[in-house]
Design a protein around this ligand. Structure first.
Ligand SMILES: Nc1ncnc2c1ncn2[C@@H]1O[C@H](COP(=O)(O)OP(=O)(O)OP(=O)(O)O)[C@@H](O)[C@H]1O
Length: 310
């Protein structure tokens, strides 16, 4: 049985308004990390809010561990933990310990069970010694670790995370990535996360779905998404001075004081060679030619423009 199943899900915020989620279907296998991706406004948060029971769907079904969120909300929620972006997932004036015990009690745990679980989770994230400190005094990374621990307090099978590394520095991002990987690998948790960061997708996700305007435009193993992004060769050329060149299609130039940066996509190496020849013909010095990885946003744009990948 799948850990998360979304079937033909549609959500309209207004009765005759546009569909924020439009006939979306997805399945997430137990113990896997699933990247739920798409440009801004694609419908990711709306879908997550339906999965967490915060919003009701206009039509279609959402199931957690086989339980229909609309019909058996309590059952589905008992198998789910969530950290939503932009909402207060933990109380800043309470200590880390008080937060975890509070959320444990809210999830129906007895005080002793909530305490035992809180001790384990705080130890795992290295905050046991600081359990008495107010969460508001912690770094962003620690706050996020406490929020994830709070979502895990009742040991749910499924974890939903909206932008779990947004606004975190490099070290905190690494710590959150390591934590999520360990939760899936060592404890068999199923994780669905949204992100705009390609490194998070690359390092964590087994599979990804890309949605746009509420519809899936791709649903594939991560390695296939990355292969697609790599096969589209993006280059960056740095040229001495303020170069004025006739650029091939798909290339843009950014002129700086000392150098011009020309970047774009050359599927055919000939395009790149011709560009280099043109630069040399002008007597320009080429500082560097680098193959660069496109951002996830660029990959989305390509997929959105080519619905054949659906
Ligand atoms: N409460 C609301 N009322 C009306 N429309 C809404 C509401 N919330 C979201 N929408 C619309 O629904 C669509 C999907 O939004 P949603 O927040 O689900 O996208 P998203 O993929 O999470 O975007 P982002 O990456 O920016 O968080 C957008 O067009 C948005 O404007």
């Amino acid at each position: 049985m799948s850990a998360i199943t979304v079937t033909d899900l549609t959500k309209r915020y207004a009765p005759n308004g546009p569909a924020a989620v439009d006939g979306l279907s997805l399945t997430v296998e137990p113990g896997s990390i699933f990247g739920f991706l798409g440009p801004n406004g694609a419908g990711k948060t709306t879908t997550i809010k339906i999965l967490t029971g915060l919003l009701s769907a206009t039509s279609g079904t959402a199931r957690i561990d086989g339980l229909d969120v609309a019909r058996d909300r309590a059952g589905a929620m008992s198998r789910l933990g969530a950290v939503l972006e932009g909402s207060r997932n933990v109380y800043w004036t309470l200590s880390a310990w008080q937060n975890l015990v509070y959320f444990g009690r809210l999830k129906g745990l007895r005080r002793a069970a909530a305490g035992a679980r809180a001790e384990r989770l705080l130890t795992e994230i290295g905050l046991w010694d600081r359990r008495g400190e107010q969460v508001g005094t912690f770094s962003r990374g620690m706050q996020q670790q406490v929020a994830i621990a709070a979502a895990l307090i009742a040991d749910p099978a499924v974890l939903l995370l909206d932008e779990p590394t947004l606004g975190l520095d490099v070290a905190a991002t690494r710590a959150v990535k390591d934590r999520l990987r360990a939760l899936a690998r060592d404890e068999g948790k199923t994780i669905l996360l949204t992100t705009h960061q390609l490194d998070v997708v690359e390092e964590l996700c087994d599979r990804v779905a890309v949605i746009n305007r509420g519809r899936a435009v791709a649903d594939l193993p991560t390695r296939e998404l990355l292969a697609q992004s790599r096969s589209r060769d993006h280059y960056e050329l740095r040229i001495d001075g303020d170069a004025d060149l006739l650029l091939p299609d798909g290339f843009t130039a950014e002129r700086g004081e000392d150098e011009t940066v020309v970047s774009g996509r050359a599927d055919d190496p000939e395009t790149l060679y011709r560009l280099i020849d043109a630069i040399r013909a002008q007597g320009r010095r080429l500082h560097s030619v680098d193959q660069v990885r496109p951002s996830l946003e660029t990959v989305f744009l390509t997929l959105v423009a080519e619905p054949a990948h659906a």
